[in-house]
Design a protein around this ligand. Structure first.
Ligand code: ZN
Length: 213
């Protein structure tokens, strides 16, 4: 990964509040203020980023995939999409997107479904990552809803067939998510190696929080 790439992807139209690289397979959580923007950069391409959003004032209210798809009129998330909560209120807006299509159907990987689908386990999974992150926030497995998978390619065909397909994101692709109120974002940088969601080889991502000028 070239240094040039890193500097290019942190150029934002505003002031950077935090900027970090999340290693492959790792998890992350952060409280973000209304008006700030979270940029998620797929540094090497084809890396699924499993994401949940909670209302910072009441974590019982969280990202709602069904509301988000219904109100977007699409099963794919893309630029302009609003991320809605359980009460159909806006949490974040995708104000920039260099990919064009993100998944919120396929949920998160777990050691259990890996065993069912692939007859194999792994030392970790997005479900394990979420539980570890939520423990630091005073939450538990009960607080895991259907999540967003940024950069994950899950095409749905005309007959309703769905599959986890090869990724379409390129190195340096990113999304910008503007907070419509104070939120807590929890991320698992997907460790999956049994299907193409992380290209069979999990890689780091960059997480930049910035304040628009
Ligand atoms: Zn995963």
């Amino acid at each position: 990964m070239a240094q040039v790439e890193l500097s290019r992807t942190t150029e934002v139209p505003g002031r950077i509040l935090s900027d970090e690289v999340l290693p492959a397979r790792a998890w992350w959580h952060k409280r973000l203020d209304r008006g700030s923007v979270l940029r998620i950069v797929d540094l090497e391409g084809c890396q699924a980023v499993d994401t949940i959003v909670y209302d910072a004032a009441d974590t019982a209210v969280r990202y709602n995939a069904a509301n988000t798809m219904k109100l977007a009129g699409s099963v794919y998330l893309s630029k302009g999409c609003v991320i809605y909560d359980d009460l159909a209120r806006p949490m974040m807006t995708m104000i920039e997107d260099t990919v064009g299509r993100h998944d919120t159907l396929a949920g998160n990987c777990s050691r259990e479904i890996n065993m069912v689908r692939y007859g194999a386990t792994a030392p970790t999974s997005c479900r394990d990552n979420f539980i570890a992150a939520l423990a630091e926030l005073g939450m538990s497995a009960r607080d895991i809803p259907a999540n967003i998978n940024f950069f994950m390619h899950v095409p749905v065909d005309g007959d309703g067939r769905v599959a986890i397909a090869d990724g379409i994101s390129k190195p340096g692709d990113y999304v910008d998510l503007r907070c419509e109120r104070d939120v807590i974002v929890v991320i698992s940088n997907c460790p999956q190696e049994h299907n193409p969601c992380s290209g069979g080889r999990p890689t780091p991502i960059r997480l930049t929080v910035w304040q628009p000028a």
